[in-house]
Design a binder for this molecule. Structure first.
Ligand code: MG
Length: 159
């Protein structure tokens, strides 16, 4: 068995009146993400981690924000495409660990649904997907509510 690891990072700006998709889940919120896609910054970081593990570039390269094809797209579709891309090469996701830094709203009520959703899309057990949320104690752009920052780490395995 071969094992590799990857990490991904993404930031999206927040604005009033936009939808908030995070970890594949629609979070009730007065603020949401400015983006070309649905703005799911957690899935974007996760996709980049998976791609990074196999040195396949990044989602900006795979799904350019200059292309109308990806405008407003459900990021779960992008994640499914990334998982299919590594499957073509004989790899699958082992586990994923995601940290979301966001001041508001509180994400605790949605964490399990995010884990279940991401696990379903990636075809892995729920206990192979960790989602953690933190504030930044009102420090920096996250703390001022201007944006959301996400880090993702994954292992990928080739049986
Ligand atoms: Mg992004």
């Amino acid at each position: 068995m071969e094992l590799r690891i990857g990490n991904g990072y993404d930031v999206h700006a927040l604005e009033e009146g936009l939808p908030m998709w995070l970890g594949g889940v629609n979070i009730p919120s007065a603020i949401g993400f400015v983006a070309h896609s649905d703005g799911d910054v957690a899935i974007h970081a996760l996709c980049d981690a998976i791609l990074g593990a196999l040195a396949l570039g990044d989602i900006g390269h795979l799904f350019p924000d200059t292309s109308d094809e990806w405008r407003g797209i459900d990021s779960k579709i992008l994640l499914a495409k990334v998982v299919a891309l590594i499957a073509e090469r004989g790899w699958r996701v082992g586990n994923a660990d995601i940290t979301i830094a966001l001041q508001l709203p509180k994400l605790a009520p949605y964490i399990l649904t995010m884990r279940e959703t991401l696990a379903r899309v990636m075809g892995v057990p729920v206990d192979a997907v960790s989602v953690k949320a933190t504030t930044t104690e009102r420090l920096g752009f996250v703390g001022r509510g201007e944006g959301c920052e996400v880090w993702a780490s994954v292992s990928v395995i080739k049986p």
